[in-house]
Ligand binder design. Sequence first.
Ligand code: ZN
Length: 523
Amino acid sequence: MAAEEPVGPGVGEAGSGEAATALRQAGAAEGSITEIGGGAVGIRAGKRWEVLAWTPRGAASPKGITGASSEKAGGTLITGPADHANAVALRALIPSLRPRLLGGATSAGVGDRLGIATPGHVAAFRANPGIVPVLAQQSARELARTGRTFRDVVDAATFGALAAGWREGFGADADHLKTIADIDAGIDAGCTMFTADPVELVPHLPADAPQAAIDGAFAAVPWAALEDDPAAFMTRYPARLDLDCGPLELPPAALHAAAARFGAAVVQVAKMYRHLAAARPAGSFEFEVAVDEIEHRTTPIDHVYLATELHRLGARWESFAPRFVGDFEKGIDYVGDKAEFAADVEIHAAIARHLGDYKLSVHSGSDKFSIYDAVAKATRGRVHLKTSGTSYLVALQTIAAADPELMRRIWRVALDAYTTARASYHVSATAAGAPSPEEASPQVLAGLLDDPHTREILHVTYGAVLHGDGASGAGDPRLGDDLRAAVWTRREAYWAALEVHIGRHLRPFSGAGGGPVTKGATR
Ligand SMILES: [Zn+2]
């Protein structure tokens, strides 16, 4: 007969017991105090986060928490660094700190390039209930530019969620993955959401591309890798789909163009999905297909093609990010015809309902206040919103008023780096006529966040600012550390500003609903 499983220690929020009292005396954030067995763990803000664990005399310390040991309130207090080992230990002790699945609920991802934003993000989600948060979200590109890893991102969200007393759980999105190695890094960090982006395999074939270019790309479609051939492909599709918003005709010429655009992309996304599905147990991860960073809009027929072919190859996904009509530039509101956008999101949402009831994912969601209502209405709550850079801009806003000289250094590096950085981002700002870093007054420096052009420049040059990526050759190697330290010092103001600003993003989706997502596309 097998030995009886020992009863695990009770895990609960802070009470009035001696352990909670000891941690309170040690300066733990109130919401973080979590009783475990006879002891408790928590976190406090020092020069950065410090992990705390207290146990009564003679009792074993909470498993895995390491740090300096001292006598406190008749027991032992461990004060440990906010490092990966302690993050792993906290996630083992407190289930709500382990990244979770989002399921069918309305959800939103909030990127945090500084690793400081989470308590502010949590405040915004608290104020706008009914949206499952992804508190750990960075793209492979953001990590390369900031010198961070997916582990750093998940760990920062872990500490922030504990500090904020957030017990509802959160997702962790390894965003805009291009390679199998990217998938593996996300798995290693404990991510639960994997966003595949095949942008590099998509030829530039906008709606007005010459027929010869489309034909040439169609001839180059890797049919064997698609486990398909052109004849079978053209007979696979019905003449029309009866969507709940009306019929969608599928003319052969449009399907031909979709295959020319996305054939190679389908191969890559299916490969990434199969790798993930082989490495992780079924039901332990969620997958997103993102084509939002492609230069041309995703037509409804492109969407039908991608969903049909990926499903045929065995891929399943919870969300799909098309490139919508109009301009989704970074960090500023939508540029384009709002009625045209509303019609576009309506048809993409109807296709998603028809082909598998997956969520539409709206990327570059930062500051697109004028279109959120249309998105919420069209998707009926089956939506995932991603914002990434806007929390970084709020950090700059927070320090701009308080520390003009630091803002001046940031602006100098940003302006120098812009020429390089803009090549890989969808932005239109030009540096011509922008204020000179040397001559700008504190008021002008603070106003850089309000002007759409200079705001975009600040938005896309975070790599040079945070990690001195050398794009400009202009050295300010301490700038990243100085910015993080300045924001940490003003963290309460930063979190309050995030609650307001991210709250504006979430409000249109709060209470929008969403239900269980049928796993992947089915027809
Ligand atoms: Zn994106």
